[in-house]
Design a protein. Sequence first.
Length: 361
Amino acid sequence: MRFFISTRKAALAVAGAAAFATVSGGVLAASELPREHVVLKSAFAVDADKSTVVLPLFKGTANGQTVYYIITESSNQADAAKRGLNYAPHIGDAFTQAATGSEDGLSFSGVPDFSPTRTYTASATGFPPASAAPGAIGDDAYSPFVKLPDGSTLNAPIVATGNGPFDVTTHANTGERVLAIDPAKKRVTLLLAHGFFNGSHVVYLSTEASDAGAAAIERATYVKKLATSGPASRIAIIALANGQIGKDNPNAQGLAHLALDENLSSDAVFGDSATFGSPLNILATFPTGPTAAGYTPLWDANVGVWSKAAVAAGENIKITSASQAFDLSSKGWITTPDGKPLGPVGFVVNCPVVGYVDKAP
């Protein structure tokens, strides 16, 4: 698999600063999730049909420059409850960066560079790609997991840098999932991903990945050192490399489906948010319910490949739970790309859970 880094041209966007002001004032449609379906309680609005979430936006600094960030998890249970965050007790074992200041005005030691141009060129099979490059790269000190002076840890991904105007068209100074940003109102609209947990349709964010190719696919910031996070901070997420494809196929799922049927090669923009699709990955835990004590937003990537025998037998239908995936792997229907039983393939992704769509997990 070949990956490369390319730099963005000087212009922030073809339409200019006026377009940024127009788009950054965008509002959601009325088709929002019921509040009881939203587990990230700090969210202002979640629209699964449009694949959008509006979150509080915080202003901070990093190495003398202005940055804007979100907060999705806390390792402190009382703090998580007070602030409407997901409680994630194990994120302190992740690769962290130190920060000073209050939670609402942090000073970071590391920062992402959003200026590279994200690319994804599908191969004939969609995945692996012919080429791919992430659109954001963290420096050596950057981590979304921030260690505070009191010893607690926040998941606080930086989503924009500078003082604006903010490019939400080609994302030269914003994260690839930033669809609208309003520093005055302290709100940011982000593109959601869709997946499954225990048979339920869930929605989540994808903000960082420790692999360059995964960062390009996930529209995330490439943070290589996240892979050094301790095992206690991770839990499995399962992505299928070669599931069924077809835009209207109810069993379509996986990275080939995302590359061939959805707009993976295009920049994410507010007006087209419903068209970007997801690989429909499977999560092994959830912030509420029986698995909540083990919840973490840092996921150990398990990439599964359907065997030729499974495809021939028609077993490669949509998977909606981790237990289902591991059971199929025990039967030899699904393996890692190198033919081993399903398990971690060596990189992690930061994917905070936002809510569920159809039924409570």
